[in-house]
Design a binder for this molecule. Structure first.
Ligand code: PRX
Length: 637
């Protein structure tokens, strides 16, 4: 089995080895997996093009590593536990054998519908077991999955479908979310209507049994297509660097990027990081609350845990249904050992009061995890005291869609932990801090821009259909380094603390959104002339969205706000709805016409005592007007 370091000394040794001889280190890890053919070369790379190849020449199928190889001694162990939205509905469990059979049946169904190696399948599906199963079925036959979070709008879905020339969309009729039932197929229909010429079939699983429109030319019913499919499907042998999946994420520009991950390196690293960060032991019950629509769900609900032979819980619902004790009820019900969630959820549940926690027995918990955004001290302490009863290490895992796996995190109970610090890099990860000129900042007790100096197996290989964009975004900002977009601090002991994004990306409830993306959506309102969006500290969401909007007619602020929120919801999805919308007559601009977001951020943060030099602005007078409209002070004060 893959290396699992057990104490700080072992970590230090592993880390040193991984830096001194990365190829040897990762070769040893890779040797613990099942291959059809081993590699000719462990690593070939340059960060200029970039061109990164791990385990070149090797042949494998990731699903044989996630499923088949466990059948010898774990056929009857539970692989996936599915907990429904409604606690009174039935739990569904899949042993590794059952998972194998379901994945094979689904893979055969996809083949019977004409799907071949290299075809792209888009998932617009809530957290049903068939989502995990059919993602694995894609991987089984070498089809590329592109999962789109089922909260995105029809427009956002259509953009993602078209960017990757998707051949088939897989969806459900609807989605159960707390007390609500949400239409899913309807959104797919709307996306298709917007124009998705590459889509040949829409495969729909009945889940909520709500009424749907049926297009005989396109739509196929899952229950019919899967009938009589045999539970055996030979895995397609893939090259190490064949594409495993595409996952879209937001950047500083308006258009989301399709981050591309490949088979072998992703498999090796997600498994390695899963075992080491969570210190997963045989028989443990592990639960990651993320949605499979995000990278956390890909790497740490599906691939990492299954490749490690774990039991992984998948939850359909929301943390507050039927009440704010639901997470803790589930932990108690299944005797969860490792629990992994986002700070937003922790803050939201903390605000509901301790009574919801106290009802449940949380003795089984051994490790708590946090991901997606910086965790504030108060939330960290509540998590530690109330949930972990001060006996569970908290792993604060910093990573990104692009990194594929956890990069900087303490290893539970093995390496030092410090509240609000991601702490030390995992073995194989070589972070550094640079100044704005790209000079590396050495030593401790320093702050800078976070970069990674050396490739790691699960890093992105390209952005789908636009390699230049990958190069420009991540590899050209600082020569010879991968730039993360985050700022970080290294304390006197060399521990890292992530400060947050330094680009025009905001992190709302752990969801990444580009300010340009939200602005484009706002600008699509007929009456809007221009807008500027910034993030501001939000008690629950981490960051909220503040939109400054210039309009061409007499729309007042009260009318403007719902119109803007509705438009953004339609174009991107409800997660991108601005929290605050302010009607302004102008935006502070430099003489070259660039919006001074720094000033807008300060106003949104209500930090107007030190706005810096505004005299060089094209329109300095607008600043006072905006401050007044934001209700912070009057022009004359
Ligand atoms: O700013 C960092 C923040 O989330 C960004 C990556 O977002 P995404 O690609 O959606 O992936 C989220 C799940 C891995 C990062 O650039 N971030 C992620 N984890 C942390 C974090 N910020 C602080 N602490 C973390 N633990």
């Amino acid at each position: 089995m893959a290396l699992q370091v057990k104490n700080f000394q072992e970590y230090k040794e592993a880390y040193q080895k991984s830096v001194e001889n990365p190829a040897l280190f990762w070769e040893e890890q890779a040797n613990t997996f099942q291959w059809h053919r081993k590699w000719d070369k462990v690593l070939d790379w340059n960060f200029e093009e970039p061109n990164i190849k791990w385990f070149e020449g090797a042949k494998l199928n990731i699903t044989e590593n996630c499923i088949d190889r466990h059948l010898k001694d774990k056929a009857n162990q539970t692989a996936i536990i599915w907990e429904p939205n409604d606690p009174n509905d039935e739990t569904i469990r899949f042993t590794y054998q059952e998972l194998h059979d379901e994945v094979c049946k689904t893979a055969n169904m996809l083949k019977s519908l004409g799907i071949k190696k290299g075809d792209v399948i888009c998932f617009y599906m809530p957290m049903v077991p068939q989502l995990a199963i059919s993602v694995l079925a894609c991987a089984r036959i070498g089809a590329i999955h592109s999962v789109v979070f089922a909260g995105f709008s029809a427009k956002a879905l259509a953009d993602r479908i078209n960017d990757a020339s998707v051949k088939m969309v897989i969806c459900t009729d609807g989605n159960n979310r707390g007390s609500k039932q949400i239409a899913v197929k309807k959104v797919v229909d709307e996306a298709i209507e917007l124009g998705c010429p590459s889509v040949e079939k829409v495969l729909m699983l009945k889940h909520t049994h709500q009424e749907v429109n049926w297009n005989l030319n396109l739509d196929i019913l899952w229950s019919q297509a899967i009938k009589e499919q045999p539970p055996v499907c030979p895995a397609t042998v893939m090259d190490a660097e064949d594409v495993l999946f595409i996952l879209y994420t937001s950047g500083s520009t308006g258009k989301p990027k399709g981050v591309v991950h490949t088979c072998a390196g992703y498999m090796v690293y997600t498994t390695f990081s899963f075992k080491n960060v969570f210190q997963y032991q045989e028989g443990d019950i592990y639960w990651c609350t993320a949605d499979i629509g995000w990278i956390t769900g890909h790497s740490y609900i599906i691939y990492g845990p299954l490749a490690a032979g774990a039991t992984s819980i998948m939850f359909e619902g929301v943390p507050t249904y039927p009440d704010a004790g639901r997470f803790w009820e589930i932990c108690d019900k299944y005797k969860v050992n490792q629990f992994y969630t986002a700070p937003t959820a922790i803050r939201a549940l903390m605000a509901k009061g301790d009574a919801f926690v106290d009802k449940y027995n949380l003795d089984s918990l051994k490790v708590l995890g946090s991901v997606g955004e910086p965790i504030n001290k108060e939330a960290w302490e509540w998590y530690d005291n109330k949930i972990g009863k001060n006996k569970c290490p908290i792993v604060d895992t910093w990573w990104q869609t692009e990194t594929g796996g956890m990069m900087i995190s303490n290893l539970a109970g093995v390496t030092p932990q410090k509240a609000t610090f991601a702490t030390l890099p995992l073995p194989g990860i070589q972070p550094c801090l640079v100044d704005t000129d790209g000079n590396e900042i050495e030593g401790n007790d320093v702050e800078g821009l976070l970069c990674i100096k050396h490739p790691w197996p699960s890093m992105l290989r390209t952005t789908y259909g636009d390699h230049e964009r990958c190069k420009n975004t991540y590899f050209s900002v600082f020569k010879g380094k991968y730039f993360t977009g985050d700022g970080a601090r290294r304390d006197k002991d060399g521990l890292y603390r992530i400060i947050g994004r330094v680009d025009d990306v905001i992190n709302v409830s752990g969801h990444r959104l580009g300010t340009a993306e939200v602005e484009n959506a706002i600008n699509a309102c007929d009456f809007v002339i221009e807008s500027a969006v910034v993030g501001y500290p939000h008690e629950i969401k981490g960051q909220g969205i503040f939109a400054y909007v210039i309009c061409n007619s007499n729309v007042d602020n009260d009318r403007l706000e719902p119109l803007v929120r509705d438009k953004v919801s339609k174009i991107i999805g409800p997660i991108a709805k601005p929290d605050k919308v302010l009607l302004v007559s102008g935006l502070p601009k430099t003489r070259s016409g660039k919006i001074m977001r720094r000033i807008l951020r300060k106003i949104a943060e209500k930090e107007i005592s030190n706005l810096g030099d505004i005299s060089t602005l094209l329109n300095p007078e607008i600043v006072d007007e905006i401050i007044e409209k934001a209700g912070l002070k009057t022009v004359s004060s």
